[in-house]
Design a protein around this ligand. Structure first.
Ligand SMILES: Nc1ncnc2c1ncn2[C@@H]1O[C@H](COP(=O)(O)OP(=O)(O)OP(=O)(O)O)[C@@H](O)[C@H]1O
Length: 322
């Protein structure tokens, strides 16, 4: 999504620091979330995602730094315009689903009767209408989580903050949540969510903050993160020898084919593909196939945060597996 820098920010944070008992959980986080964006906070367990979100929401105060949320440096004052799904899920077990949604709305300033009315409509819209009168205690964990998600939206917030919203949901409901997030953003709502699953961020987000060890080595558009790594070239030639070989980067991997040709794999040189193509054609290398692919967010993540952190990201719960 093309944006310029005069945009309005739903969230701006600068130099956020949080220490717990001498341990620095968040160590100078800067980020800016554009209004109407889908924004991912991406990092492994213990990276500082939840602590960052809690500071942005005003649930805890930073030891240092500034945050401005929907234009206010006192995020609590904006509670009526924010929806929040915390990492620890929880609803009153004796409430019926539509009542629980009304209750969550009331906590954000929506009259309870209106919240209950909207609760039924929201449940209907999201395929949960048959559960509206069921008590939370009679629901599965995933169903209750979906009710809680709807409860974060009932007061029509401008900004929603979801902490690990996909964990605990099966594949179908993860897909529904993705659709819901896209619809929210299309309607102008800003959505920020944390995840340790790179694929979710890659599919969903306009922008991401990569967080590891309480620091943010990258924050910005997903495309810019991808540009941190060179596109990968895969070339197949009918011949192996010739003057054209000088044009292929020295670090290229070469797999010989049984018929005298070869596969070549290498990062696109800074000079681009054209000088290489010219050399291959003039030298009669016999190009059989050629592809140039941009790296994915996973490769960018490895380049930015390191292999060890990326490995930790891939250690997902079975329910999060894609
Ligand atoms: N209340 C607390 N008291 C002490 N340490 C804390 C507290 N909350 C968080 N921490 C520590 O701060 C660090 C960051 O925790 P945080 O919950 O923000 O990480 P996270 O990225 O959300 O992790 P996860 O994906 O596991 O939820 C961790 O080392 C954690 O142990």
């Amino acid at each position: 999504m093309a944006r310029n820098d005069s945009r309005d920010w739903a969230i701006e944070a600068q130099g956020l620091v949080k220490r717990f008992d001498g341990v620095t959980a968040v160590d100078g986080v800067d980020l800016r979330v554009p209004q109407g964006a889908i924004y991912g906070i991406l990092g492994p367990n213990g990276a500082g995602k939840t602590t960052t979100l809690r500071m942005l929401l005003g649930i805890i105060d930073p030891d240092a730094g500034m945050r401005r949320v929907l234009g206010s440096e006192r995020p609590h004052d904006m509670a009526h315009a924010i929806g929040y799904l915390p990492e620890e899920r929880g609803l009153y077990p004796s409430m019926k689903a539509f009542e629980a949604i009304g209750f969550l709305g009331a906590l954000r300033g929506l009259p309870q009767a209106e919240g209950r009315r909207r609760g039924r409509i929201l449940m209907e819209k999201h395929g949960l209408g048959h559960l509206a009168d069921r008590q939370i205690r009679q629901m599965s964990k995933g169903q209750a989580q979906q009710v809680q998600l709807l409860g974060t939206l009932v007061h029509a917030p401008q900004l929603v903050v979801f902490d690990e919203p996909f964990s605990g949901l099966d594949a179908i409901n993860q897909g529904r949540l993705e659709t819901m997030i896209r619809e929210l953003a299309a309607g102008g709502t800003t959505v920020i969510f944390s995840t340790h699953v790179i694929a979710h961020a890659e599919r969903m987000c306009d922008e991401v903050a990569i967080i590891a060890g309480g620091r943010v080595p990258f924050a910005g558009p997903v495309d810019v993160a991808r540009d941190r790594i060179a596109p990968q070239v895969r070339l197949e030639t009918a011949r192996v020898e010739g003057a054209w070989r000088a044009a292929i980067p020295a670090e290229a991997r070469c797999d010989l084919r049984s018929d005298g040709g070869a596969f070549w794999y290498f990062s696109l040189p800074d000079s681009g593909i054209e000088p290489l193509l010219r050399a291959l054609i003039e030298g009669e290398a016999g190009i059989l196939s050629l592809s140039i692919e941009r790296g994915g967010l996973h490769d960018a993540f490895v380049a930015i945060a390191g292999e060890a952190v990326a490995q930790a990201m891939n250690t997902t719960q079975p329910e999060d597996a894609q």
